[in-house]
Design a protein around this ligand. Structure first.
Ligand SMILES: Nc1nc2c(c(=O)[nH]1)N[C@H]1C(S)=C(S)[C@@H](COP(=O)(O)OP(=O)(O)OC[C@H]3O[C@@H](n4cnc5c(N)ncnc54)[C@H](O)[C@@H]3O)O[C@H]1N2
Ligand code: MOO
Length: 413
C-alpha cells in the first residue's frame, strides 16, 4: 500500500494513490450466468463448429435433390418414406436414392441427402409422399461450420460478457468462463443519529440513507454489497463491526465520522492503526476523505464523508474506479463528455466543484442544467439529477452558454 499522505491533495493525487494500492482480483472459471457483465479474462476459441453437424432447417422430407428436380403441381414426384428423423433421435444414418425420410428441424440430415422438402410442398404422406415443388441442391440443409468454425475466436479477453456472448459460449459447450470475481464490498454507516428505514424516528435522529445509496452504487457497479447495520459513534463498536466483517470483504466502504467533529468515530478508531490516511481532497462536495488498508489481508478501506451527496460523489470518483480495477473493467473512471451549460454557476476557488445537474441529449451533444443548491445534504436534488458538471479548481464563475465537462451518472461505460 502507498505511504499515507498528509494534508489536502488533488482529486488526481488521491485517485492515483488509490489505484496504486488496488489491483485486479485473480480470475477463476465462473459459471456463465455469474459472469454476466464481467470482462472475460481469457480469449475463448470455439472447441467445436456450429452447426456441429449438417442438419435440417425445416420440418419436411430429406431427399436426394436430383430425384425431385422435376417436381411441380402438374408433375408431382412420389417417393417411398423409409423412416423418420426427429431432433435428438437420429435413427437413419443414410438415405438411398429414390427414397425420402421424414425429418424435423434441427435433426441431422442422413448421408446422401442433399435437400429438404418442407411439409408445405407435399401431401405430408406417411408411407409415401407426393412432392409438388422441387428444392434446389442444398436447400433447407444447414451445413456444419456455417456459423462458427472450430478454433474461431468467439470472445476476446477484456470483452464485457453480455447475454449474446454467454449464449454463444453455452452453444459451443462452455459451462464456465474465466473472469475476475465481483468484489465483495462491506458497507458500514456510522452515526448515533441514524435509524433504519421502516423504524420510528426520534426528534434528533435521521434515517440511514447512505448505506442504501452506497450499497446500491456497489451493485450498480457490478460488485457484491454487504450492507452492515448502523454502527453508533463508539470506536470500540466500530472496530468490532469492522473486524467481524473483514473475513468476507475485498473492500470496505464506510460513511460518516471523518471530519473535525468531537465524535468522528471512523477517524478516531482507525487513525491509531497508521494504515489509513485521513485528510482533505480539493473537491466539493466530498472534501474530508480517508483511504488505506485494514486487517491482516490489507483490505482496502474507503472512509467517505457522511453528507449524502459527498458520500455518493466520493463513491463515483474513488470507489468506482477501484472496483472496476478489481474486476478488470476499462476505463476505470467515468468518461467526461462536453455539454452546454444553461445557467451560470459560481464555484469556490481551490476546490473542484461537482454540480448536480440534468442532462438533455440533443443531436450530437447535449445541454446541462444545474439542479438545486450546492449543499451536500441535499439528497432530494441528487436524486433529481442524472449528471454532474465539473468546475475546475481555478474557476469561480462559469457563464451560461459555456462548454463544460460533464459526468453522466446513469451511463454504462
Ligand atoms: N468544523 C468542520 N466541520 C465540518 C467540516 C470541516 O472541515 N470542519 N467538513 C464538513 C464537510 S465538507 C463534510 S462533507 C462533513 C463530513 O462529516 P463526517 O464525514 O464526519 O460525517 P458526519 O459528521 O458523520 O455526518 C455529516 C452529515 O451527514 C449526515 N449523515 C451521516 N451519515 C448518514 C447516513 N448514513 N445517512 C444519511 N445522512 C447521514 C449526518 O447526520 C450529518 O448531517 O463534515 C462537515 N463538517
Ligand atoms: O466536502 Mo463536504 O463533502 O462539502 O460537504
Amino acid at each position: 500500500m502507498a505511504e499515507p499522505h498528509a494534508g489536502t491533495v488533488s482529486v488526481e493525487e488521491h485517485l492515483t494513490r488509490i489505484l496504486a494500492a488496488v489491483g485486479p482480483l485473480p480470475a477463476y472459471p465462473q459459471p456463465l450466468l455469474d459472469a454476466l457483465g464481467l470482462p472475460a479474462a481469457e480469449d475463448v476459441v470455439s472447441p467445436i463448429p456450429l452447426p456441429s453437424f449438417d442438419n435440417s432447417g425445416m420440418d419436411g422430407y430429406a431427399v436426394v435433390a436430383a430425384d425431385v428436380a422435376g417436381a411441380s403441381e402438374e408433375t408431382p414426384v412420389v417417393l417411398p418414406v423409409v423412416g423418420e428423423i426427429g431432433a435428438g433421435q437420429a435413427g437413419l444414418l443414410a438415405l438411398s436414392p429414390g427414397t425420402a425420410a421424414k425429418i424435423m428441424t434441427g435433426a441431422p440430415v442422413p448421408k446422401g441427402c442433399d435437400a429438404v422438402v418442407p411439409y408445405e410442398w407435399t401431401d405430408r404422406g406417411v408411407a409415401k409422399v407426393t412432392i409438388t415443388q422441387a428444392p434446389a441442391v442444398g436447400q433447407h440443409v444447414r451445413p456444419a461450420g456455417e456459423d462458427v468454425t472450430e478454433g474461431d475466436l468467439l470472445v476476446q479477453s477484456g470483452t464485457v460478457l453480455g447475454p449474446r456472448h454467454l449464449g454463444l459460449l453455452a452453444a459451443v459447450g462452455r459451462a464456465t468462463v474465466l473472469a475476475r470475481p465481483r468484489p465483495r464490498v462491506v458497507v458500514i454507516s456510522t452515526g448515533s443519529e441514524l435509524r433504519d428505514p421502516g423504524t420510528d424516528l426520534g426528534h434528533d435522529s435521521i434515517y440511514d440513507g447512505n448505506s442504501y445509496l452506497l450499497a446500491a452504487s456497489v451493485k450498480a457497479a457490478g460488485a457484491i454489497a454487504y450492507r452492515v447495520g448502523i454502527v453508533p459513534d463508539q470506536p470500540k463498536l466500530f472496530l468490532d463491526a469492522l473486524s467481524d466483517q473483514l473475513v468476507r470483504a475485498d473492500l470496505v466502504v464506510t460513511s460518516g465520522g471523518v471530519s473535525q467533529g468531537d465524535f468522528d468515530v471512523v477517524k478516531e478508531a482507525l487513525s491509531p492503526l497508521g494504515t489509513v490516511w485521513f485528510g482533505g481532497v480539493a473537491m466539493q462536495p466530498g472534501k474530508p476523505q480517508g483511504f488505506g488498508v485494514v486487517g491482516d489481508k490489507e483490505v482496502p478501506i474507503f472512509t467517505l464523508p457522511g453528507n449524502p451527496v459527498s458520500s455518493y460523489l466520493s463513491f463515483q470518483m474513488f470507489v468506482l474506479p477501484a472496483l472496476r480495477t478489481m474486476m478488470g473493467r476499462r476505463p476505470v473512471s467515468r468518461p467526461v463528455v462536453r455539454g452546454r451549460l444553461t445557467r451560470d454557476i459560481r464555484s469556490p476557488k481551490g476546490r473542484r466543484q461537482f454540480v448536480r445537474a440534468e442532462w438533455e441529449q440533443d443531436g450530437g451533444g447535449g445541454s446541462v442544467t444545474p439542479v438545486g443548491g450546492h449543499g451536500s445534504h441535499l439528497i432530494g436534488d441528487l436524486a433529481a439529477s442524472d449528471a454532474l458538471v465539473v468546475v475546475p479548481e481555478d474557476e469561480t464563475y462559469v457563464a451560461a452558454g459555456s462548454a463544460v465537462d460533464v459526468l453522466l451518472l446513469d451511463h454504462d461505460f
